[in-house]
Design a binder for this molecule. Structure first.
Ligand SMILES: [Mg+2]
Length: 289
């Protein structure tokens, strides 16, 4: 089991650097979901007080559980940018609470209940054939995701996006997409599922958070972002340093951007460690703006 020393309660950052990271296939191993290979760089970030911001397709309770293992008290981004979650008192200061479940959630998508109501209505009206997490109990989510039952239950606790399996024709899909678009929603292609979400993504949530750092601390930190998939692309493009993590099959997601980019030699969390050690060791910690 991975372990990090417990950090002191995190103050908001000094402003020199901020790190945004994807989880699956990036900080966590593709098959193992372990972050052991990233421990040296995780400790280095912790020692320097550099905020590590998780930006993932996972849900709030899934990330809360991982943050406890990482001893991470920084804000985080869930459901591909559907919400930005900020621990109570993180920017305003003055919280004495030890509770790590107390947070403010800024919703950047439509509320989950609204999404579900629309999807169910369209299915009834047009006869679309699809299934979403909202149609399933935890054991069915577990079957479709191959997650253990408890993890599947947490994956079902959603705030602003719906993963679904499309069982209908391409023609029906085009009709479905048109309905989504009219409502300011869209469909993101994922590995296993398609995700219905509002006009947001990880990058939009990152920008929102960077603005908060700027407002509260008048600093613009150097931004590092790490990811392995197309849903990380915009997040990597907004960074000063983009890190494209090598996938378990040896490939890289195609990347174009005019920022500094590193393609890791190693795979998953080992690549994550390699890239951050390099960036931290370069001594180039500059403050823009
Ligand atoms: Mg990933």
């Amino acid at each position: 089991m991975s372990a990090l020393p417990r950090a002191d309660p995190c103050e908001p950052p000094s402003g020199s650097m901020i790190v945004f990271t994807d989880l699956d296939g990036t900080l966590l191993g593709h098959h193992t979901y372990a972050f052991d290979a990233a421990l040296p760089a995780l400790k280095a970030l912790q020692n320097r007080g550099i905020p590590l911001i998780i930006a993932t397709s996972k849900t709030i309770p899934e990330v809360e559980r991982l943050r406890r293992r990482l001893h991470n008290r920084h804000p985080y981004i869930v459901e591909n940018g559907a919400a930005l979650v900020i621990p109570q008192g993180y920017f305003s200061g003055g919280t004495d609470s030890e509770s790590e479940s107390e947070y403010e959630s800024i919703l950047l998508s439509s509320p989950y209940e609204t999404l579900r109501a629309k999807l169910c209505q369209w299915r009834a009206d047009h006869g679309f054939r699809f299934e979403g997490f909202g149609d399933w109990d935890a054991s069915t989510i577990s079957k479709h995701t191959e997650l253990p039952l408890e993890d599947a239950r947490l994956a079902g606790e959603r705030v602003g996006s719906e993963p679904l399996l499309w069982h209908d024709s391409e023609t029906a899909l085009a009709q479905f997409r048109a309905l989504l678009e009219k409502e300011g929603l869209r469909l993101i292609k994922g590995g296993r599922f398609d995700h219905v979400i509002g006009e947001t993504n990880k990058a939009r949530a990152c920008r929102k958070l960077l603005k908060l750092y700027h407002t509260h601390q008048s600093v613009t930190p150097r931004v590092v972002a790490l990811g392995d998939s197309p849903n990380d692309l915009e997040m990597l493009q907004l960074a000063d340093d983009a890190v494209v993590i090598r996938r378990h099959d040896g490939s890289y997601m195609p990347y174009t951007g005019d920022n500094r980019v590193t393609h890791t030699e190693k795979i998953g969390p080992a690549g994550w460690n390699e890239a951050l050690q390099e960036i931290l060791g370069s001594g180039v910690v500059e403050i823009r703006g």
